[in-house]
Design a protein around this ligand. Sequence first.
Ligand SMILES: Cc1cc2nc3c(=O)[nH]c(=O)nc-3n(C[C@H](O)[C@H](O)[C@H](O)COP(=O)(O)OP(=O)(O)OC[C@H]3O[C@@H](n4cnc5c(N)ncnc54)[C@H](O)[C@@H]3O)c2cc1C
Ligand SMILES: *[C@@H]1O[C@H](CO)[C@@H](O)[C@H](O)[C@H]1NC(C)=O
Ligand SMILES: *[C@@H]1O[C@H](CO)[C@@H](O)[C@H](O)[C@H]1NC(C)=O
Length: 496
Amino acid sequence: MKLFILNHFLCAALLTVHAECVSPLETALSSCLSKAGVRNILDGDKTWAQETLPFQLRLKPDPAVVSFPNTRDQIAAALRCAVENNAKVSCLGGDHSFGAFGFGKPGNLVINLGAFTRIVSFQEGEKGLFTFEGGIRVGPAAKWLWDNHQRHFPHVRAGHVGLTGSACGGGFGSTTRFLGTTLDTIEAVEYMAYNGTIIKATQYTNSDLLWATKGAGPSMGVILTMTIRTWKPKYQRAVNFTLDVGDVDLETGTKALLAIQDFALKDAPEEWALRWKLTSPPYQGTGYFYEDPAKFDQIMQPLMQKLPGGSKLKKDEYDFFTLDSYVAPGLDQPNGGDSPGRAFYVQSLTLTAAQPFTQDLATTLYKYTTYAFKRDDMKKSGYLDLWGGFSQKIKDTEQAAAYGNNLWLIRWQADAVKDWPADGVDYLKKQMLPFEKALRDADSSLRGYINYPDTQLTFAEWRGRLYGANFERLQEIKRKVDPDGLFTSNDQSIPV
Ligand SMILES: Cc1cc2nc3c(=O)[nH]c(=O)nc-3n(C[C@H](O)[C@H](O)[C@H](O)COP(=O)(O)OP(=O)(O)OC[C@H]3O[C@@H](n4cnc5c(N)ncnc54)[C@H](O)[C@@H]3O)c2cc1C
Ligand SMILES: *[C@@H]1O[C@H](CO)[C@@H](O)[C@H](O)[C@H]1NC(C)=O
Ligand SMILES: *[C@@H]1O[C@H](CO)[C@@H](O)[C@H](O)[C@H]1NC(C)=O
């Protein structure tokens, strides 16, 4: 696994079979950190396996050193040590990256932000500006905000995910259709740059850096604090529902999807959310409604009339935060609960309202993914999250991530039943190719989702799918803020 030449190791073959190999770079980095008083560990430490365990178990991180700074000065010292030793830096937030990007490429100095989890401030007012440190998880932040101010921000669907990491790549949740993703709510960020200087970015100062944060924050520096807008629910209670079209054939199922899309574009209020399954048949999904719960049945009528007879609709109603903790398990638990890792491979694409599903596109997607999936060593999983609403008010150029006018977030994935199968990635990748071709044939550009990174994409592919025409501006900002590419440390970091 190590990429270094064997005789450069201090370790060795001469020692016991289990001796861990530590390269001169690793030793130098570690002693630089120790001299500066920054706790750090090397491979061989008894906590190493635990501290380098990603949520994504398909990948095995291989950093040089993992450091645990406790203060801003210690972060600055860690950055100096990395620069002196020519190592790249990767920040570890909530460790929930689907590509294990919190550890990044082999040989990185990892800065574990576990000591930076404080709530910094809340400012009363329409925007309800909420500031927290860069290592906090979604759960503790959302719960504190609710307990103290009865407010909410759109967030991912697991309390243990890092808030800063998920915000930089999106943060799509059940309120995204009307409130945007977490990314859309970012008002300010405070970075420590490569040279230890603290840079604040808002719409008034360093607005380019704020723009870049919304899609590529991890490539710019260490995010010390982030400020987001929050929202006060209008209704004390909210609805969750299950919509079930049943075990119908492909044609009926895809027509149902088009009926849903039509409803979303014409009739449904933005407060209506849907996560439709891509593992059909059966064709079904779950949804949420954040307008007046008393209006729900009436709102659903135009859709129910268009769906096949026999389609079933069930609903429940809960207090806002109770429901929010069902949406994002762990939200109300200490530290956002626990979410054990898995070995899986994910691919994601988005469709805009300008190029929505057609019957042909939907048929191709279902046919070659869920219908074609025949494995018992992997379990399929996939969703069509209804976006639209808020995103229809933003343009691609308003933030680094090309998310303007998004209508659907498509995710296709399989999880290993036990060990990740050697042909698993190829198998799943081939399943998406017909849909990608159908999109290209329909003159749609391929668009992706940063928080569901496809680790197999080439540079040309991911820069186009994730950033589109924004990439050049993003790279210019990168060159100013991180000129030597200290934070170009994972496979989808912005290069200098
Ligand atoms: C169980 C689960 C559920 C999820 N649900 C959703 C969902 O509903 N919607 C959605 O959009 N996404 C979802 N995700 C994806 C998640 O949003 C991303 O994986 C996100 O990047 C995780 O952030 P993290 O801080 O936990 O991970 P990490 O691996 O620690 O970090 C992710 C990236 O952010 C960088 N980073 C983190 N903190 C900082 C910082 N302070 N400064 C600079 N860089 C930083 C890291 O270097 C890395 O590049 C889910 C993931 C899991 C595992
Ligand atoms: C609403 O959510 C709760 C908690 O997850 C669940 O038990 C219930 O079945 C859901 N209701 C519907 C109609 O899906
Ligand atoms: C550190 O880098 C930033 C960003 O490039 C720059 O603005 C700042 O002047 C630098 N600080 C020092 C002390 O060199």
